[in-house]
Design a protein around this ligand. Structure first.
Ligand code: NAP
Length: 305
């Protein structure tokens, strides 16, 4: 069977595209890597900027999105895309179990993954006091001292979340101001048990079996300190999951697939939606908006080809 559209990824962009695809009566399929829908937001403790659902957890919001798709009858397949190619106008996708799918159009909505600090100890202690997901692992650090690295929305939200569980939270940020939204920053700074180490970078993560200390350097003064912590949460952004598509569609220097508001890439019939595409604002609402725009673009393509 050749599908009208295959959607790769089941974050807010992919799930929104799936809803629009079903309503447009396009034959479609959603491919998701883990079998859990929601993408990055499943790890977000609180989403307070998606209209109509103040304070909802990312997990609950993604469950709602998924239930909406299920109600409309979307088909989900679990698997990792290992090959993506064109056979004339047909887009051919191969999954890690060898299954092959064909479609007239594809929406790439496969988001990104956590960026690593790439410092000594990072690989060794992953899962042994070092985590990229505070909402997943924060509970292990009840009444302990932890550090969060980063200055964006995720780092600040993670630190707020951890300040409710842990005794002490250090936030280590390489500059002297946060990138995160002001309201979250104010919430963070109002916590007595939070200390921000400005202009600071982690040089190494140390310990015997699990994380015990961090070597920190102040990039302005050059001063080095050793910080005792039981856990470190790294929240320094994401890398787009675009590697497999780079030989087909154009990407920018950071690996984001080049596409505008209409989600069209440089290849007719291939669209990029959500965090994987070049855009100013990567949020749930803009990802969901991309999903809607992508299906509109798919319909336009199908009408003209
Ligand atoms: P981000 O906004 O890109 O922030 C990454 C942070 O990590 C920045 O502060 C950056 O420092 C720092 N950083 C990057 N590389 C580093 C390195 N090698 N060493 C040390 N620090 C490093 O990423 P994010 O916080 O993961 O958020 C991703 C996107 O999701 C953003 O667009 C965010 O707004 C969005 N988001 C939205 C919500 C929400 O709407 N509620 C929730 C979560 C995330 P600099 O500041 O110096 O660049």
């Amino acid at each position: 069977m050749i599908y009208d559209v295959i959607i790769i990824g089941s974050g807010p962009a992919g799930l929104s595209a799936a809803i629009y695809a079903q309503r447009a009566e396009l034959t479609n399929l959603v491919i998701e890597k883990t079998g859990i829908s929601g993408g990055q937001i499943i790890n977000t403790y609180e989403v307070d900027n998606y209209p109509g659902t103040p304070g909802i957890s990312g997990f609950d919001l993604s469950t709602k999105f998924r239930e909406h798709c299920d109600k409309l009858g979307t088909t989900f397949i679990t698997g990792e895309v290992v090959e993506f190619k064109l056979e004339n106008d047909i887009k051919v996708i191969t999954l890690d179990d060898g299954t092959r799918y064909e479609a007239r159009t594809v929406i790439i909505a496969s988001g990104g993954r956590p960026r690593h600090l790439e410092v000594p100890g990072e690989d060794k202690f992953s899962g042994l006091g070092l985590s990229y997901c505070a909402t997943c692992d924060g509970a292990f650090f009840k009444n302990k001292t932890v550090a969060v690295v980063g200055g964006g929305d995720v780092a600040v939200e993670d630190a707020i979340f951890l300040s409710r569980i842990s005794d002490k939270v250090y936030v280590i940020h390489r500059r002297d101001e946060f990138r995160a939204i002001k309201s979250s920053v104010n919430k963070l700074l109002a916590n007595d048990n939070v200390t921000v180490l400005w202009d600071s970078v982690v040089e190494s993560i140390n310990g015997r079996e699990t994380v015990e200390t961090l070597d920190i350097k102040n990039v302005k003064t050059g001063e080095s300190t050793n910080l005792e912590v039981s856990g470190i949460f790294i929240a320094v952004g994401y890398i787009p999951n675009s590697q497999i598509y780079k030989n087909i569609v154009a990407t920018d220097d950071h690996g984001y697939i080049i596409a505008g508001e209409n989600t069209e890439t440089n290849v007719p019939g291939i669209f990029a939606a959500g965090d994987i595409r070049t855009k100013d604002l990567r949020q749930i609402i803009t990802a969901a908006s991309d999903g809607a725009n992508a299906i509109t673009a798919v319909e336009r393509y199908m009408n003209n080809n």
